[in-house]
Structure formats: C-alpha cells, structure tokens
Design a protein around this ligand. Structure first.
Ligand code: AMP
Length: 509
C-alpha cells in the first residue's frame, strides 16, 4: 500500500525527521525509528499470534510507541483497534470481546485481559532489541482491513467500523491534494488533539505521516490546562490545526490565541460537528493569513468525504456554512428511504448517502447491521459501495449542506423543529460560547425545550439571564421555538470524541 511504501522511503532519508512528538513529555519518534521499532514489534506479533487477519487491540494514550504498535500490526496482516485511555475499562473489555482479539497491547496498565497481553515495558524491551529483517508479504493491502475504530452503537455496545488499506490510501491522496493547495510549505507540523480511538485523529496523524510531516500531539493533561496549553502552542511551530469546532471554541476564549502569537498556522481543518459562522468568522479575524476548511464525514467513510474553504462571504452570511464538495472518488446522494439512484433533486432535503472509495467494509462481526447501513448502489457508471449516514442534508450548486441528525428533529405541539436552528440563533448572542438545545420530555412526549449555554463571563442572576435569552430568541424565531428555560453551565460536558455530551445534559433536566 502507498502509505507503507512512503513510510519506508521517509525512514531511509538522511535527515532525521521527527514523525511524532508528545508536546507534554517531549518524547519523539523519527521516521527511521518508527520503521525499525514497528519491524521489531511485528516480529514478536508473528511469533505470538497466527496470521489470521484478526484485529489486535492497542490500548494507551499519545505515546510515540502507540504509532509503532499500530504499524507493527498492519505489517503482520492484522488490523489494529486503537483504544484511548479516556475509554472506561468496561468499554475496553467490550472491545476486546467484540473484536475477538488474540493480542492486547496495553501501553498503559489495565486489568482487562486477552489471550495474549503485552505491557509497556515488554514493548520497550522489544524495540531495544537488534534490528530485524521483516518479510513484507503479510503487509495489509487492498481490501484488507487496516484499522477498526469502535463507535458507540444504539444498542449500548460499541460497533467496530472496518477501514481497509484502500480506503485509507484513497482518503490520504485527497488530503494530500488539499494540503498542497492550502500551502506551499513542505514538512508541515500537524496538531493531534483527538484521541487515537476517534476517527478525527486519522485526519492529522495519517495525513502527516503520508506527507512526511510531524505530528505534534497534545495529551489530555495539556488540553485540560488552558495556561499550559497556550504556552505549549506558542512554542509548537504548528502549521495545521485539526479539531472539532467545540475544541476551537474553547481555545478562542483566550484572546492570545491569534495569528500574531501563532504565526505559523496555514490551515485550520474542522470535522465532526457543525462549524458555525460565528466560530469561522472569529477564527478568520484572528488568523487572516490561514485557511479555514470545513469537512464532513462519519467514521464509516474514513473521516471525511467533503471539504470547502470558508471565505468571508460564507462566514459573514446568515446562511449556515456548507460542509463542502464531494471528494474525488466519492459521490454524495440525497435520498429517501428507497435508496435508489439518483436520489432527490438539488435543493431538496433528504438523507445523506455516501458512495465511493473510502466507504468502510462494514461493521466487524455484525453482518445484519452492516446490511442495514451499507449497500451496493446501482448507478449508470456501475455499482458503488454506499453508506446511509442518518444525517439530513441537501445540495446546492454542488455544495452539501448539513441539516442535523435525522433523529434530532422533533415535534412540539405539532410544530416541526430543528434543534440546531435554535442553537445557531442562540450562538449568535455575543457572549454565548457554546449552546445545546434539548427537548424536555415527559413520558416520551416533548413538553418544551431547554437550552444549555456556556458564556464568556460569569453570570449572577441565572433567571434574569434566562429571560434575556428567551426575549432574544422570541425576537428571531416563532414562539414555539423559544426554550422554556436556559441553563448556564460553567463548562459544557463533553464526550470522549470532543462533542457536547447530550446524554449528560439530558440528565440535568
Ligand atoms: P463521527 O463518526 O464521530 O465522525 O461522527 C459523524 C457524524 O458527525 C456525522 O454523521 C455527522 O452527524 C456529524 N458531522 C461530521 N462532520 C460534520 C460537519 N462538518 N458538520 C456537521 N456535522 C458533522
């Protein structure tokens, strides 16, 4: 596969380029170390488990050897399942069981066991051994599964999304084009903020590895200490930002977060949730020389499948930002529940269906769920492998627009309401930094709406503030869209994936 070929080439260049750096511990790994360490770990994998293409679970946080372990797995024909320490132990256990793994590589201590289990000191010993000649015939390639990322499933058990070597190569070809277009600079430094168990990390980690860049990784404790984070950022030399918009909103609270203090940024890439006009505007004001790019996609189609560079006109408009143009090799359709080509015409809303060369092979060991969500779409150009996203959207002049989850639409007293509509409006208030609106339900029936907000200042009288939000919204939206109450939070609860934790918010009602 192209990625592995390139990594081998980078490992042989004379200049020792750092492939990955942990910004807190300052631990690094160069391309040549990454290559040789992964060979050494791979040798032990070959000696421990048979080459049956079963996944290897790699548990840990943001240490350089995590990457070497990932690479070792795919060099021996095994997909890897990355599990971050932010996952509860129960979740790790579920993943070990669901993946039927024969090997758990635990770079951080855990009680969870598997048929074979290695800890960090064992891996440290492996990489300190003499160099090995590893045969290349077992490398994952083509339709072999490269990684499996587990996402939460509606049944309460996680489901493993199988991304093949071809999916990843196709995705990276596109990302390389985006980066070449975005900047003339070579050997870029990429922010890694998302945990490895979240597909967003693939955007920074693998784009950087594919193009010979450096991953500058911020572990959890840096992200949780704003002062530390900003001092680290200032000395980072970062060029490419990759995060959810939520994380950016937190960073924007610090007025020092700007192009004067961080002059090397060329590109800001967002994915995973709605990028609001307000966030884009603020960011473009603070970093006038950098590009802000909105991308969209689910784990099931290798991170992202659309992208658009946000310009002043888009950011300044009342119209929510587009999520972008289809990437090469992908066609996005807007469909109804018949899922037939060519789907709905331009301008009409429907379910976003993604077809093309980065759509996952399916869910690991879940043929029924796979058959439910993935299908072969017949088109005049032949069959395309497709995924039903459950997202609602529409297209206009080839640009895709996101209208929320199909399941976030609610009815209140017969009125149809998009919660995102209210959220965007509340977010337009100057002092609101984050907003989530949820239905207040009694016995399954929606009785009203509640808005949760974080502000850029403390509030003394919450009731009075709540009234001011209601008044503001009443001026902009129909009466039935005005939240009954507005709850001011010091901090928005977040899921491990860096999105607002709607379940935790619901419990506050
Ligand atoms: P995940 O699999 O965690 O990446 O989540 C995928 C889901 O995140 C998509 O199905 C969308 O609902 C949402 N999403 C991803 N990108 C965007 C975006 N740019 N704007 C709005 N929602 C997004």
């Amino acid at each position: 596969m192209e990625l592995l070929k390139r990594l081998e080439n980078y490992s042989k260049t004379e200049a020792e380029v750092v492939a990955f750096k942990n910004a807190f511990t300052d631990e690094t790994i160069t391309y040549s170390e990454l290559w040789s360490y992964s060979d050494k770990i791979a040798k032990h994998i070959n000696e421990t488990v048979e080459c049956d293409k079963k996944p290897v679970v790699v548990y840990g946080h943001k240490s350089p050897l995590m990457l070497a372990a990932f690479l070792a797995c795919v060099k021996t024909g095994h997909p890897y399942c990355p599990v971050d320490i932010s996952m509860p132990q129960e979740r790790l256990k579920d993943i070990v069981e669901a993946s039927e793994t024969k090997l758990l590589i635990a770079m951080v201590d855990t009680e969870v066991t598997a048929v074979n289990k290695w800890n960090k000191s064992e891996v440290d010993t492996m990489v300190s051994e003499d160099a090995v000649e590893l045969p290349k015939d077992n490398y994952v390639s083509g339709s072999d599964v490269y990684y499996i990322i587990f996402t939460s499933g509606s049944t309460g058990k996680p489901k493993g999304v199988m991304i093949t070597a071809d999916c990843l190569d196709n995705y990276l070809d596109w990302m390389e084009q985006i980066m070449n277009r975005s900047t003339d600079k070579k050997q870029l430094t990429y922010l890694n903020q998302a945990p490895f168990s979240f597909d967003l990390s693939v955007m920074d980690t693998y784009t950087s590895l594919y193009t010979g860049g450096t991953i500058w990784s911020m572990e959890k404790r840096v992200q949780e200490d704003m002062g530390l984070m900003h001092s680290k950022l200032k000395e980072s030399g970062l060029n490419v930002w990759v995060s959810t918009p939520s994380f950016m909103n937190v960073c924007l609270l610090n007025k020092e977060f700007n192009g004067e203090n961080l002059p090397d940024f060329t590109t800001f890439l967002f994915c995973g949730e709605v990028l609001t006009n307000k966030t884009a505007r603020e960011l473009m004001k603070r970093f006038p020389n950098a590009e802000v790019i909105n991308t969209y996609g689910p784990t099931e189609s290798t991170v992202a499948v659309t992208e658009v560079v946000i310009n002043d006109e888009m950011a300044g408009s009342e119209h929510p930002l587009s999520i972008g143009y289809d990437k090469p090799g992908t066609k996005i359709f807007i469909m109804d529940d018949k899922y037939t080509y060519p789907g709905k015409p331009e301008g009409e809303k429907g379910e976003i269906v993604i077809a093309g060369n980065t759509v996952a092979a399916g869910y690991l060991n879940q043929p029924e769920l796979t058959a439910d969500k993935f299908f072969k779409l017949s088109t005049p150009d032949g069959e395309m492998w497709a995924y039903k996203t459950g997202d609602e959207g529409y297209k206009e002049k080839e640009l895709l627009y996101y209208c929320g989850r199909m399941d976030f639409q609610i009815k209140l007293n017969g009125y149809r309401i998009e919660l995102g509509d209210i959220e965007s409006n509340i977010l337009e208030m100057d002092d609101v930094t984050y907003c989530v609106v949820l239905p207040i339900e009694k016995r399954g029936e929606v009785k009203g709406l509640a808005a949760f907000v974080t502000l850029d200042h403390p509030v003394e009288d919450e009731f009075e503030y709540s009234q001011s939000v209601r008044k503001y919204i009443a001026e902009k939206l129909p009466h039935y869209m005005v939240p009954k109450k507005c709850i001011v939070l010091d901090e928005m609860p977040m899921t491990n994936n860096g999105k607002a934790d709607r379940r935790a918010l619901k419990e506050m009602l």
